[in-house]
Design a protein around this ligand. Sequence first.
Ligand SMILES: O=c1ccn([C@@H]2O[C@H](COP(=O)(O)O)[C@@H](O)[C@H]2O)c(=O)[nH]1
Length: 242
Amino acid sequence: MSPAPANLTPRERLVVALDLPTAKEALAMADRLAGRVGMLKVGLELFCAEGPAFVKELQARVPVFLDLKLHDIPTTVRRALEVLLQLDPRLINVHAQGGPAMLEAAVEAVRAHRAAGGRTELLAVTVLTSLDREALAALGHAGRPEDLALAYAKLAQQAGCGGVVCSAWEAGSIREACGEAFHRLTPGIRPAGVATQDQARVMTPAQALKQGSTWLVVGRPITHAADPAAAAEGIVAEMEGR
Ligand SMILES: O=c1ccn([C@@H]2O[C@H](COP(=O)(O)O)[C@@H](O)[C@H]2O)c(=O)[nH]1
């Protein structure tokens, strides 16, 4: 049984995005990171390439966040979740943009899974960390990404989700509005001086922790590093204030 998120150590809060093309490369990376990180994230690239069997194999080594960001009509999302929940990942997610009925359908599926002994928690994606104010304006959303993220977080909480995916810039206001127990999982983490790439709303590991992130997602700064284990250790050290 993993500890309650409020009691996690900095290392347990580190989630590494395994955005790699094959199971072979992903398992090799998992071996290099063994014991150094709290969770591994399987996203679209790896899941499309390797499917459910790979998730099962990975989960035998470390807890998995299945980051598929489901977004469809309520029935489709509920039925897809019922299939994916057979893998019993530690975390799974849907898009808050799917709206209240879709979120409620997702919650229903996860509640049934947990009632049957499953451990999965459901997160809702608020505003992708790759979007800035200008990109949101192009999508027809006037205003600040943080206000939209907070609105989606409140919707997700009302529907019964366990937390949200947001940028660390919004973690503090979401914690204040939704409470400590409502998780904030934050991608868009970049150690100082590291390229932001396609991320727009970024924060350093130390700042993100201070802002109230429950879990920090880091991908390329670790997986593309010459020494991924050392890069992960550097991030943990920064979170620990060493
Ligand atoms: O808003 C979001 C939601 C998910 N992600 C995912 O997190 C990782 C970030 O990888 P980096 O290499 O550290 O940029 C990636 O798998 C995304 O799909 C996100 O970035 N933002």
